[in-house]
Design a protein around this ligand. Structure first.
Ligand SMILES: [Zn+2]
Length: 129
Protein backbone atom coordinates (compact mmCIF):
# COMPACT_ATOMS: atom_id res chain seq x y z
CA UNK A 1 0.00 0.00 0.00
CA UNK A 2 1.09 3.54 -0.73
CA UNK A 3 -0.06 7.04 0.13
CA UNK A 4 -0.05 10.10 -2.09
CA UNK A 5 2.32 12.79 -0.79
CA UNK A 6 -0.38 15.48 -1.15
CA UNK A 7 -2.85 13.40 0.85
CA UNK A 8 -0.31 12.94 3.62
CA UNK A 9 0.39 16.67 3.60
CA UNK A 10 -3.33 17.36 3.87
CA UNK A 11 -3.60 15.01 6.86
CA UNK A 12 -0.67 16.66 8.63
CA UNK A 13 -1.94 20.17 8.00
CA UNK A 14 -5.51 19.33 9.00
CA UNK A 15 -4.25 17.65 12.16
CA UNK A 16 -2.08 20.61 13.02
CA UNK A 17 -4.92 23.08 12.59
CA UNK A 18 -7.26 20.91 14.66
CA UNK A 19 -5.06 21.15 17.76
CA UNK A 20 -6.01 20.88 20.62
CA UNK A 21 -8.73 18.70 19.09
CA UNK A 22 -8.17 15.39 17.38
CA UNK A 23 -8.51 15.16 13.64
CA UNK A 24 -10.11 11.98 12.32
CA UNK A 25 -11.06 10.47 9.02
CA UNK A 26 -11.31 7.34 6.93
CA UNK A 27 -8.77 6.48 4.23
CA UNK A 28 -9.95 5.75 0.74
CA UNK A 29 -7.84 4.44 -2.15
CA UNK A 30 -7.43 4.73 -5.88
CA UNK A 31 -5.82 1.49 -7.02
CA UNK A 32 -3.18 0.81 -4.37
CA UNK A 33 -2.62 4.44 -3.41
CA UNK A 34 -4.37 6.17 -0.53
CA UNK A 35 -5.63 9.34 -2.17
CA UNK A 36 -8.59 10.53 -0.14
CA UNK A 37 -9.62 11.22 3.41
CA UNK A 38 -13.29 11.01 4.28
CA UNK A 39 -13.69 13.40 7.17
CA UNK A 40 -15.55 12.38 10.27
CA UNK A 41 -18.22 14.98 11.06
CA UNK A 42 -18.80 16.42 14.47
CA UNK A 43 -15.53 15.42 16.06
CA UNK A 44 -15.19 16.94 19.50
CA UNK A 45 -12.15 17.56 21.59
CA UNK A 46 -11.02 15.17 24.25
CA UNK A 47 -9.15 11.94 24.69
CA UNK A 48 -10.31 9.38 22.15
CA UNK A 49 -13.46 11.20 21.11
CA UNK A 50 -12.25 11.18 17.54
CA UNK A 51 -11.94 7.44 17.48
CA UNK A 52 -15.37 7.02 19.05
CA UNK A 53 -16.82 9.09 16.21
CA UNK A 54 -15.23 6.70 13.74
CA UNK A 55 -17.08 3.81 15.35
CA UNK A 56 -20.37 5.45 14.46
CA UNK A 57 -19.69 5.87 10.76
CA UNK A 58 -21.59 3.66 8.35
CA UNK A 59 -19.49 1.09 6.52
CA UNK A 60 -18.18 3.04 3.58
CA UNK A 61 -15.62 1.67 1.18
CA UNK A 62 -12.35 2.54 2.85
CA UNK A 63 -9.10 0.77 3.68
CA UNK A 64 -8.62 2.17 7.15
CA UNK A 65 -8.54 5.19 9.39
CA UNK A 66 -6.46 8.22 10.25
CA UNK A 67 -6.50 10.29 13.39
CA UNK A 68 -4.24 12.61 15.29
CA UNK A 69 -2.79 12.54 18.76
CA UNK A 70 -2.20 16.19 19.66
CA UNK A 71 0.04 15.01 22.52
CA UNK A 72 2.59 13.71 20.02
CA UNK A 73 2.58 10.20 21.49
CA UNK A 74 1.68 8.09 18.46
CA UNK A 75 1.12 4.82 20.27
CA UNK A 76 -2.38 3.45 19.67
CA UNK A 77 -4.64 3.45 22.73
CA UNK A 78 -6.86 0.55 23.70
CA UNK A 79 -9.76 2.26 21.92
CA UNK A 80 -7.57 2.72 18.86
CA UNK A 81 -6.70 -0.97 18.72
CA UNK A 82 -10.38 -1.89 18.93
CA UNK A 83 -11.10 0.55 16.13
CA UNK A 84 -8.22 -0.75 13.99
CA UNK A 85 -9.62 -4.24 14.24
CA UNK A 86 -13.05 -3.14 13.02
CA UNK A 87 -12.36 -0.49 10.42
CA UNK A 88 -9.93 -1.77 7.83
CA UNK A 89 -6.29 -2.71 7.41
CA UNK A 90 -4.31 0.54 7.38
CA UNK A 91 -4.42 2.98 10.24
CA UNK A 92 -2.41 6.16 10.44
CA UNK A 93 -1.76 8.05 13.65
CA UNK A 94 -0.16 11.45 13.32
CA UNK A 95 1.21 13.49 16.21
CA UNK A 96 2.87 16.76 17.06
CA UNK A 97 4.88 18.44 15.58
CA UNK A 98 3.00 17.26 12.45
CA UNK A 99 5.90 17.17 10.02
CA UNK A 100 6.66 14.52 7.41
CA UNK A 101 8.25 12.29 10.04
CA UNK A 102 5.53 12.52 12.66
CA UNK A 103 3.15 9.81 11.51
CA UNK A 104 3.00 6.06 11.89
CA UNK A 105 0.95 3.48 10.03
CA UNK A 106 -0.36 0.41 11.82
CA UNK A 107 -2.17 -2.70 10.62
CA UNK A 108 -5.40 -3.99 12.14
CA UNK A 109 -3.40 -5.76 14.86
CA UNK A 110 -1.68 -2.56 15.92
CA UNK A 111 1.68 -3.55 14.42
CA UNK A 112 3.66 -0.91 12.57
CA UNK A 113 3.58 -1.27 8.80
CA UNK A 114 5.45 0.60 6.12
CA UNK A 115 3.48 2.90 3.87
CA UNK A 116 5.34 4.20 0.86
CA UNK A 117 4.87 7.91 0.11
CA UNK A 118 4.49 8.45 -3.62
CA UNK A 119 3.91 11.37 -5.94
CA UNK A 120 0.42 10.86 -7.26
CA UNK A 121 -1.07 12.87 -10.06
CA UNK A 122 -4.61 13.85 -9.22
CA UNK A 123 -6.78 14.01 -12.31
CA UNK A 124 -8.79 17.21 -12.59
CA UNK A 125 -11.99 15.44 -13.66
CA UNK A 126 -12.02 13.73 -10.26
CA UNK A 127 -12.62 17.05 -8.58
CA UNK A 128 -16.22 17.85 -7.78
CA UNK A 129 -15.97 21.59 -8.17
ZN1 LIG B 1 -5.80 7.46 19.20
Amino acid sequence: MKIARDTLKFILEASKSSVPDEFAGMLSVTGDVITDVVLVPGTESGEDNATMQLFMLPNISTVGTVHSHPSGNRRPSTYDLELFDRKGTYHIIVGAPFNEASWTCYNNKGEQVKLEVVDYEFKEEDDNW
